[in-house]
Ligand binder design. Sequence first.
Ligand SMILES: *[C@@H]1O[C@H](CO)[C@@H](O)[C@H](O)[C@H]1NC(C)=O
Ligand SMILES: *[C@@H]1O[C@H](CO)[C@@H](O)[C@H](O)[C@H]1NC(C)=O
Ligand SMILES: *[C@@H]1O[C@H](CO)[C@@H](O)[C@H](O)[C@H]1NC(C)=O
Ligand SMILES: *[C@@H]1O[C@H](CO)[C@@H](O)[C@H](O)[C@H]1NC(C)=O
Ligand SMILES: *[C@@H]1O[C@H](CO)[C@@H](O)[C@H](O)[C@H]1NC(C)=O
Ligand SMILES: *[C@@H]1O[C@H](CO)[C@@H](O)[C@H](O)[C@H]1NC(C)=O
Ligand SMILES: *[C@@H]1O[C@H](CO)[C@@H](O)[C@H](O)[C@H]1NC(C)=O
Ligand SMILES: *[C@@H]1O[C@H](CO)[C@@H](O)[C@H](O)[C@H]1NC(C)=O
Ligand SMILES: *[C@@H]1O[C@H](CO)[C@@H](O)[C@H](O)[C@H]1NC(C)=O
Ligand SMILES: *[C@@H]1O[C@H](CO)[C@@H](O)[C@H](O)[C@H]1NC(C)=O
Ligand SMILES: *[C@@H]1O[C@H](CO)[C@@H](O)[C@H](O)[C@H]1NC(C)=O
Length: 549
Amino acid sequence: MHLSVFVAALCGITSVAALQSPHRRAPVKPKRALPVQHEAKNAHQKRQSSYLTSKSAKFAVNGSAIPEVDFDIGESYAGTLSISSNATDTNALWFWFFPSENADAGDEIVIWLNGGPGCSSLDGLLQENGPFLWQSGTYSPIKNSYAWTNLTNMVWVDQPIGTGFSPAAPGAPPKIKNEKDVAEDFMGFWKNFMETFDLTGRKVYITGESYAGQYIPYIAYYMLETNNTDYYNVSGIQINDPSINYDDTLIYAPAVTHLNAYSNIFGLNQTFMTSINERAEKCGYFQFMDYALSFPPPTKIPTAPNSSAPGCDVWDDIIAAAVYVNPCFNIYHLIDYCPYLWDQLGFPSLGWGPNDYFNRTDVQAAIHAPATDYTICGDETLGLIDPGDESIPSSLFAIAPVIEKTNNVIIGHGWLDFLLLANGTLISIQNMTWNGLQGFQTSPYADGDNFFVPYHPGLAEVLYEIDYQPIPPTPAENVAGAGLLGTTHTERGLTFVTVNHAGHEIPQYVPGAAYRQLEFLLGRIPSLTVRGDFTTQSGNYTGTTPPSR
Ligand SMILES: *[C@@H]1O[C@H](CO)[C@@H](O)[C@H](O)[C@H]1NC(C)=O
Ligand SMILES: *[C@@H]1O[C@H](CO)[C@@H](O)[C@H](O)[C@H]1NC(C)=O
Ligand SMILES: *[C@@H]1O[C@H](CO)[C@@H](O)[C@H](O)[C@H]1NC(C)=O
Ligand SMILES: *[C@@H]1O[C@H](CO)[C@@H](O)[C@H](O)[C@H]1NC(C)=O
Ligand SMILES: *[C@@H]1O[C@H](CO)[C@@H](O)[C@H](O)[C@H]1NC(C)=O
Ligand SMILES: *[C@@H]1O[C@H](CO)[C@@H](O)[C@H](O)[C@H]1NC(C)=O
Ligand SMILES: *[C@@H]1O[C@H](CO)[C@@H](O)[C@H](O)[C@H]1NC(C)=O
Ligand SMILES: *[C@@H]1O[C@H](CO)[C@@H](O)[C@H](O)[C@H]1NC(C)=O
Ligand SMILES: *[C@@H]1O[C@H](CO)[C@@H](O)[C@H](O)[C@H]1NC(C)=O
Ligand SMILES: *[C@@H]1O[C@H](CO)[C@@H](O)[C@H](O)[C@H]1NC(C)=O
Ligand SMILES: *[C@@H]1O[C@H](CO)[C@@H](O)[C@H](O)[C@H]1NC(C)=O
């Protein structure tokens, strides 16, 4: 659809494009027809959905009535459901459920959770993997060509209670003190959700990022403990840039190694580089890294050096130095530079506003959200924040049993994330014992384990626009990097996949990579090394080779 608009605009403009370019002379090239995708004739004919029942009707969202969105986002359901069997319980979770038209999705349901603690999963929906996106620095919402709803039935849930649009009784959030509390509330909600939409018996997958790296393994663990496959048949989880260990391991120990690997991007002065390296050496970080990142691991990995020891708070000092030279330095994405891009959510591009989309009364009404003074990350009263999560990190408890029961766990990590660091995650993996052995037996960064992301016609559009229209009338929308984009490694049911170019939020920065990972989680492709098309691709192009210019 976008394509036809683009082609139409193009026809009128190519002849004058050269004259209008303030940048450079447009190359004189013959006009070339872009491959046209033919949609199935009845693709958009409305059908009666099997999800629309007397139980679900009150949650139905009018997909043509989402403020600022000038297209139909499709069938969806939103609202709140109690965390208990008491339907009028004030403590409830708000969800937005999108059934998929993908024929392979029939026996699946996939949950997406953002982290925090206390961050709304609408961050994921609006800026990462939802059917429509309102990205940092852009005028208006667009259709997401890499929407996870293309592949399967998705539900974004605000949790724990008091997070995002999820209501909580006064004094209830402080009582959420550990991951068992989190899981119990979620499971209460989940039973109600599965019943409301007649989803019992489905395979359940749980996905998310950041602090959801703590939530998800624990929720999966407690779900699996019930043996109740009607509601809780967890068939796999994916956690990206996850909180799975203490900060000393995830952040501080690998910080200077990370700085050294990306020194050209940080661009810090030599005096500082020399001194921070000396401090890292003195604190024992380098020795710890060398020991922890050997394959197979020698023995249980000791606790990481204490970052509170004098001079060992290296991560904080790197950030301070980085801000001096790049005031818009963004720990979520190392290659951000000034200015901050405006952002409806104020996150993860660090520019706030000027608007807060989900705080609008009309938006809240359209998606059956309780009237809420909405911020993307809020509720400081949550017990997980103050006094803090009583549960030990998930890599020291919940992840291994979930791997053993599902043999389908993916841990993803963006290399340009400087909040949680990929090598800290790998150390945590090397310290876990699952399916009979400790850690990976061979390095996940070895040659040959390339993560391949299929090419997509969006890239041809971009090249075409650059070649023929120095001032594109509309930016290309189907834009996502492709090719060999990182490393992937699987042993005994656990996959560790790293993504170049991705910051803290993989689906936001490298949507094609995230989409591919979901295909793998759902078992639609056998491995992330496969060089082939997306399972949903159609049209006159191939996913295996770059589109020609
Ligand atoms: C959905 O919203 C559109 C746009 O406001 C409106 O024209 C249409 O009647 C609505 N449909 C339903 C079923 O309410
Ligand atoms: C259900 O929850 C409501 C609201 O919190 C409360 O007033 C009511 O007593 C509860 N009912 C039962 C049976 O617990
Ligand atoms: C679940 O099954 C396992 C082994 O099959 C058993 O040990 C455990 O007691 C069961 N748990 C429940 C809650 O039934
Ligand atoms: C649970 O999911 C697994 C796939 O993870 C599937 O093989 C199995 O049949 C499902 N069990 C039930 C009872 O539906
Ligand atoms: C991660 O660890 C590997 C193996 O030790 C090392 O080669 C690489 O430079 C590290 N990368 C970063 C970004 O720290
Ligand atoms: C490794 O696991 C042990 C417990 O089995 C724990 O004491 C130690 O702190 C862990 N090390 C790291 C780096 O996570
Ligand atoms: C870490 O260092 C701080 C400051 O020296 C000290 O107060 C704290 O007890 C140490 N923690 C551990 C676990 O050794
Ligand atoms: C080098 O960087 C450090 C850390 O930010 C700073 O304290 C120092 O003043 C810098 N040197 C110069 C010459 O600016
Ligand atoms: C949300 O809107 C309310 C008014 O409806 C306003 O009082 C509040 O400050 C807004 N919150 C944010 C974070 O913008
Ligand atoms: C998602 O579906 C749309 C509509 O069918 C299609 O145009 C798009 O290429 C799909 N995305 C991917 C990554 O396959
Ligand atoms: C597909 O693309 C190739 C190469 O550009 C072209 O030769 C062929 O005619 C196209 N086929 C269709 C059906 O458009």
